[in-house]
Design a protein around this ligand. Structure first.
Ligand SMILES: Nc1ncnc2c1ncn2[C@@H]1O[C@H](COP(=O)(O)OP(=O)(O)OP(=O)(O)O)[C@@H](O)[C@H]1O
Ligand SMILES: [Mg+2]
Length: 457
């Protein structure tokens, strides 16, 4: 069943139940108060006859009262204290007699209701005692035909029926639009997720409200955006990879072709070509190795085994490892680390991070410059910076340098043999250990990469 129909049905049934109960209650209440009104007015009419009788009891008065009542929709029967009828406004019928025969209890001066049920009874009735000055005692019985009351109730029922039908009609219209309005965003989201599952990630989910439904739509939209981005990134990555693979392969194939030529006699020429082929194969090998490592990181099959490290001695050993390369390029590498900095990290992965960053500092700096490693404690973290006085990174490239296979100038990296994978690996390694990496750089002046790990890391 469709959700809008289901929702509409639920709302309809609950309102119907509510309406039925309240209508029934109202109906009964209105009828009961109407009957009570009738009874009260009947009684007060009886009381006013009593007043007249008590004031001047005579045959004439009795006849006068009888005559008065014969012209109204009520009837009167006046009896003496033993029950003999003294005066009536109408012929006393069997139903009236049955009421007159009832045993009366002690009745107060203001009278008593002796027949209040109107259903299946022809009359409602009251009785008022009188006691005139000339010691004449008796009762004034007042009757009202329930036919009148039933007519009145019929009228009332018609009104109630009309109101109910009207209410149901408007209720159906409101429910129709309400359930449509409530389910429309759900349907839109369902359509969006169906498209997503079919691989169409460029969907737009309308966000109409700020409630839970709006949040759900927002989440689906972010998911779609993310998937779209991943798809785009994957395509770009594949394009770059095939490009990266093709370049060395072209070299290898080209030089192999030349080396195969029969007319080449100098063995030194052949050796130099084989040298190039060897270098390019090595480059290919390195690229494949790094790609493989990255794939492992993506699959989270990279095992991280954290250890407590004393940062100063650890950084010192890394510095010693890379120092020859720096000295070779007539560069300096300074180390400035606060004592007693203890950090919880995977040492092998951390070394990979540092070597990559230091490799960049070395590659992208000129001779006779100074690079530095600085480590210090911040209020809630430990920061490690690698600073160089190299060529810097243009502002427009900074957002991309952590992307895979991204290089600022393709030629820049070709000379240095880079693939543009180093920083993307660094970022992943930092993040899987719970850290964050940021960069600031001024073109022509230098670059500073800063890694931060939470203090309790
Ligand atoms: N310290 C730096 N100074 C100037 N430019 C830098 C620096 N570090 C990185 N870059 C720029 O960012 C790009 C991406 O760096 P990344 O380390 O990812 O790749 P790479 O060094 O070219 O190759 P790989 O590290 O894979 O051998 C580099 O090509 C370089 O242009
Ligand atoms: Mg690098």
């Amino acid at each position: 069943m469709k959700i809008s129909l289901k929702l509409g049905l639920y709302i309809f049934l609950s309102i119907l139940l509510l309406e039925t109960v309240s209508m029934l209650y109202l109906h009964n209440h209105v009828i009961q108060s109407r009957i009570n009104q009738e009874l009260e007015s009947l009684k007060s009419r009886g009381n006013s006859h009593r007043d007249v009788l008590e004031l001047s009891y005579s045959k004439g008065t009795l006849e006068h009262i009888g005559l008065m009542e014969s012209h109204t929709d009520t009837d009167v029967v006046i009896t003496n204290s033993t029950g003999d009828i003294l005066e009536t406004s109408e012929m006393v019928n069997a139903a009236m007699k049955a009421i007159l025969r009832k045993n009366l209890p002690q009745i107060s001066r203001n009278g008593l209701i002796i027949q209040s049920t109107w259903k299946n009874e022809p009359y409602i009735a009251t009785v008022t005692p009188f006691n005139s000055k000339n010691e004449q005692e008796g009762y004034v019985y007042m009757f009202k035909n329930t036919g009148d009351v039933e007519e009145l109730i019929d009228q009332l029922n018609k009104h109630f029926l009309f109101a109910t039908v009207l209410l149901l009609f408007f209720m159906l219209i409101i429910i129709y639009f309400l359930s449509k309005a409530l389910t429309r965003p759900l349907i839109a989201m369902k359509e969006a997720t169906t498209k997503l599952s079919e691989g169409n990630f460029s969907v737009i989910v309308p966000i109409r409200s700020h409630d839970e439904l709006g949040e759900l739509a927002q989440s689906i939209q972010s998911l779609a955006n993310e998937l779209n981005y991943l798809k785009k990134e994957r395509n770009e990555f594949l394009a770059s990879i095939s490009h990266e693979l093709r370049t060395p392969l072209t070299y290898i194939k080209g030089y192999a072709d030349i080396a195969r030529r029969k007319d080449l006699d100098s063995s030194s020429e052949i050796t130099s070509y084989l040298e190039i082929i060897h270098d390019e194969s090595q480059r290919l090998n390195r690229l494949l190795d790094e790609l493989f490592n990255m794939a492992k990181m993506d699959l989270h099959t990279y095992t991280i085994s954290k250890q407590t490290i004393r940062l100063s001695s650890y950084l010192q050993s890394i510095r010693e490892k890379v120092l020859p390369a720096f000295t070779n390029k007539k560069m300096q590498l300074q180390l400035d680390c606060e004592e007693d900095l203890i950090i919880n990290l995977d040492p092998a992965r951390f070394e990979q991070i540092m070597l990559n960053l230091l490799d960049n500092a070395l590659k992208y700096s000129n001779e006779n410059t100074v690079s530095a490693i600085k480590a210090k404690r911040l209020p809630d973290s430990i920061s490690i910076s690698i600073i160089d006085q190299g060529m810097g990174i243009p502002d427009e490239d900074i957002p991309h340098i952590f992307d895979r296979l991204y290089r600022v100038e393709k030629s820049r990296a070709r000379d240095t043999g880079g693939f543009g994978l180093g920083l993307s690996i660094v970022k992943q390694l930092v993040e899987i250990q719970g850290g964050a990496i940021s960069v600031t750089s001024t073109l022509g002046q230098g670059t500073c990469f800063t890694i931060k790990f939470k203090g309790d890391n």
